[in-house]
Structure formats: C-alpha cells, structure tokens
Design a protein around this ligand. Structure first.
Ligand SMILES: Nc1ncnc2c1ncn2[C@@H]1O[C@H](COP(=O)(O)OP(=O)(O)OP(=O)(O)O)[C@@H](O)[C@H]1O
Ligand SMILES: [Mg+2]
Length: 247
C-alpha cells in the first residue's frame, strides 16, 4: 500500500441542481489503494463517483487531487488529470465492434496514438483481443463490463472509479471482472469501487468506506467489520448496541 495520499475529499457537498445528495463527504484515497465504497440504495455512492468526475452540481468542499482542487472541473479535464470513470450500467456502443469501441474511447482523449493505445489494452485484456471484431452488444454481460473497464483503462488513468461492475452478471462473470480489477491493482492502479455485492467487495478491497445519506459513516479494514454489522450499518447507520451513529 503506497503511503502517499493523492486524492483528498473534504466536506464535499454536491447534488443535482437544487437537490442536495452529498452532505459533507470526507475521504482520502491513498495512491495504489483498492477502496470499496459501500452503502444502501440511494446513499449517494454513484453521485460521489459522478461528482469526482465532474458530472454533478458541486455545492461546496474540495476535491484535492495531487495538490490541485479539481472540484468544478469538467469531465474531459478530469480525464486529462488521470481519473477515469466506468459508470453504472452498460455504457459501450452496442452496435460497434470491440475494436471500434476502443477506438471511440481513445479518440475522446487524443487521436494520435489510437493504435498504440488499443494494442496496450489488448495486451492487458487478451479476451477482448479475441473478440475484437464482435459487436459489443452481442457479447456477454461480463465481456461487456470488461470492455467498459478497458475503455477507461485505455486513458492510462492513475485512478479508476468503477460503479457496480457486478450488476446483472453471473457468478463466473463477476469472478472474471473482479480478477481483472485485482490484476490492474497489482500493477499499481488506484481503484475506488462502488459495489452492491458487499461480500465480493470485502474480499478484494483493502479498505471499505460506508456511505449513508450522503455522508461517510464508517471507514476501515474489511476484517474489522462483520457481514451482520455491515447490514446493520446499512439499515440504521449504527452498530449494534450503539445509540449514536458512527462518526
Ligand atoms: N440525475 C439525477 N437527478 C436527480 N436526482 C438524482 C439523479 N441521480 C440520482 N439522483 C438521486 O440521488 C440520490 C442518490 O442516488 P445515487 O444514484 O447516488 O445512489 P446510490 O448510492 O448509487 O444508489 P444505488 O445503490 O441504488 O445505485 C437518490 O435519491 C437519487 O434518486
Ligand atoms: Mg449507484
């Protein structure tokens, strides 16, 4: 685990127009760490990732990235700063081939090195190389999820934000996607992963952060919280036996 922390989120408040969803989020993501962001439906997990990627209305607070406050930056600039985002749900171009999808992802940042970038991704994801001429929409859910991760990785990010990659996938496909995330992490990638499959997330992540009602209510090591305690926190915001919410 790298000692250097390069993403500091402080008192981040954000939402959609006049709707407030994040109510003062504090979170540090150290370089090279694999962090799972968990919490009940509607807690604001996707909103937090979208906010880091410049897709919501920021009401206050800081997103300090490598010494720069990037709160308020547009997505394209954030991508240029080395932060890539794999959104929740399918986000490929289904009637284009795998190769064309990767080409589109490469063009979104620069066009000079498209081929080199695709080759880089094919080395990382040999499964996609085999399917390069297949229409993305004709691939399995797991293969499409890998393609979407690959489209983000092609930008050569320093941090990967991934929202719910396991949704709708078979256990075998979930295994493949998570193995790929672990491999990217082993190669040095910093990962902030939102996941409903808490069991799987706790297996792969080095640290878990629980968000509820737009605030971080627990932040610690997966080994320091049981599955039951996690469920209790999701439901009530409190650990069993406590009268006050954690934090
Ligand atoms: N584009 C939007 N416009 C207005 N409100 C939104 C928008 N997207 C999300 N919300 C609202 O923001 C709140 C938080 O949603 P968000 O998607 O961040 O939750 P989540 O923790 O990711 O939940 P889930 O586990 O269901 O994916 C919800 O009340 C949701 O209805
Ligand atoms: Mg979500």
């Amino acid at each position: 685990m790298g000692a250097e922390t390069n993403l500091f989120i402080r008192d981040l408040r954000a939402g959609y127009d006049s709707l407030d969803i994040l109510n003062g989020v504090d979170l540090d993501v150290p370089k090279g760490q694999f962090v799972a962001l968990l919490g009940p439906n509607g807690a604001g997990k996707s909103t937090l990732l979208k906010t880091l990627y410049g897709m919501t209305t920021i009401k206050g607070g800081n997103i300090d990235w490598c010494g720069k406050n990037i709160a308020g930056y547009k997505s394209k600039s954030i991508l240029g700063e080395g932060i890539s985002f794999v959104p929740q749900g399918r986000c490929n171009f289904p009637v284009m081939t795998v190769d064309e999808n990767l080409q589109m992802a490469a063009y979104s940042i620069r066009d000079a090195r498209v081929k080199a970038d695709r080759d880089y991704v094919y080395d990382l994801f040999p499964i996609l190389k085999k399917r390069r001429a297949t229409l993305a929409g004709n691939m399995s859910g797991g293969e499409q999820q890998l393609l979407e991760v690959a489209m983000a990785v092609l930008q050569r990010p320093k941090v990967l934000l991934v929202d719910e990659p396991s949704v709708g996938l078979s256990p075998a496909a979930i295994g493949i996607v998570f193995d790929e995330l672990l491999r990217l992490h082993a190669d040095g990638m910093t990962i902030l992963l939102v996941e409903q499959n808490t069991k799987k997330a706790m297996e792969v992540a080095q640290r878990a952060v629980i968000l509820r009602l737009g605030k971080v209510i627990w932040d610690g090591l997966p080994k320091d919280i049981t599955h039951d305690e996690l469920g209790e926190l999701f439901l009530t915001g409190k650990m069993r036996g406590e009268t006050e919410a954690v934090h």
